[in-house]
Ligand binder design. Structure first.
Ligand code: HSE
Length: 331
């Protein structure tokens, strides 16, 4: 029987996801302890402005503006600040100190995943980022672990909820692109810079992460072909419907073999025509789905909420529980 341990959890960022993670950590303390054999003690939440309004009321004494200090001495660091710096520097510091790190930061993992994974490996720490792709949907762990004994041949993903929402409104309700985009914005689906969504940058970051894991190789984001949805017109959507198809912004990653036998990975994001009978055609609104084709398992589809504070917090908590169990097992 393993001994009960208290683990110090430091949270960096308290936006819509961070606030829900903090709430769940505090409210589910006993349940999480029973599941992990560890007391997950939220020791602090680093934010830029302590007085900023939050989605959830949290004890004021938990807040600090000193992220560097908070990271020191933590057993698990949960990074939900977003952006490259200071998130990258703080994660490196946490890993160098031996802490496990959980992050939802897709831009950071897409750009610096290998560097961070190396830093984690050097000290035997765990870096996990289930929430970085497709929000609540478990897809990183299934690709990395559940399908580890299989050969994945292709991954097709609707991994950007806002563009799926826009295209879906245009297709099913005849909305103009402008109207659909306005509603997507009101619903909070878009990034602060909506260009990241509509020009496919967000989906390309997620494609990089999926491709790298599915094909056990580094696929830099610069290598992902990218085309957004800004050129898509209502007439094109109408024409697709008449042809029995639907236009979806897809992130596609597949293994290719060249004529000379060399193997490579193609990763691309573009508005693709898919048959209305394909399961991905039934992914409506702001939902996400990842369709995986593999040699032994055949076709699999992972479907659900690709964004949202509480939904994404579910994926973060899953990684936290996994990190806590690892600490407990490691003594
Ligand atoms: N802007 C993103 C989307 C949020 O629309 O999917 C979740 O990553």
């Amino acid at each position: 029987m393993t001994a009960y341990r208290d683990l110090r959890v430091a949270l960096l960022g308290c936006g819509s996801v961070g606030a829900q993670v903090a709430r769940l950590l505090l409210e589910q303390r006993e349940e999480l302890a029973a599941r992990t054999g560890a007391g997950l003690q939220l020791v602090g939440i680093a934010v830029r402005n302590i007085d900023a309004p939050r989605d959830v009321e949290l004890p004021r004494e938990l807040f600090t503006t000193d992220a560097e200090q908070l990271v020191l001495g933590a057993d698990i660091v949960v990074e939900l600040m977003g952006g490259i710096e200071p998130a990258r520097g703080l994660i490196l510091r946490a890993l160098e100190g031996g802490a496990d790190v959980v992050t939802a930061n897709k831009a950071l993992i897409a750009a610096h995943g290998p560097e961070l994974a190396d830093a984690a490996e050097q000290v035997g720490a765990q870096l996990s980022y289930e929430a970085a792709v497709a929000g609540a949907i478990p897809i990183i762990r299934p690709l990395r672990e559940s399908l580890a004994g299989d050969h994945i041949t292709r991954v097709l993903g609707i991994v950007n909820g806002s563009t799926n929402y826009i295209l879906d409104r245009m297709d099913r309700f005849g909305d103009s692109a402008e109207d659909a985009m306005r509603v997507a914005s009101e619903l909070g689906y878009l990034e602060a810079d909506p260009t990241l969504d509509v020009e496919g940058y967000d989906a390309a970051q997620k494609a990089t992460i999926l491709a790298s894991i599915a094909f056990h190789t580094e696929v830099p984001v610069e290598a992902v072909y990218r085309e957004g949805i800004t050129g898509i017109t209502s007439a094109q959507i109408e024409a697709a419907r008449h042809a029995g198809s639907v236009i979806k912004l897809l992130a596609i990653a597949e293994r290719l073999t060249a004529a000379d036998g060399t193997e490579g990975v193609s990763a691309r994001v573009y508005p693709a025509l898919i048959d209305r009978d394909h399961p991905l055609a039934a992914v409506h609104g702001g939902k996400n789905a990842v369709f995986v084709e593999s040699e032994a398992a055949g076709e699999l589809m992972f479907y659900g909420a690709g964004a949202g504070g509480i939904e994404t917090a579910s994926a973060v908590l899953g990684d936290l529980v996994s990190a806590a169990r690892r600490h407990v097992a490691g003594g």
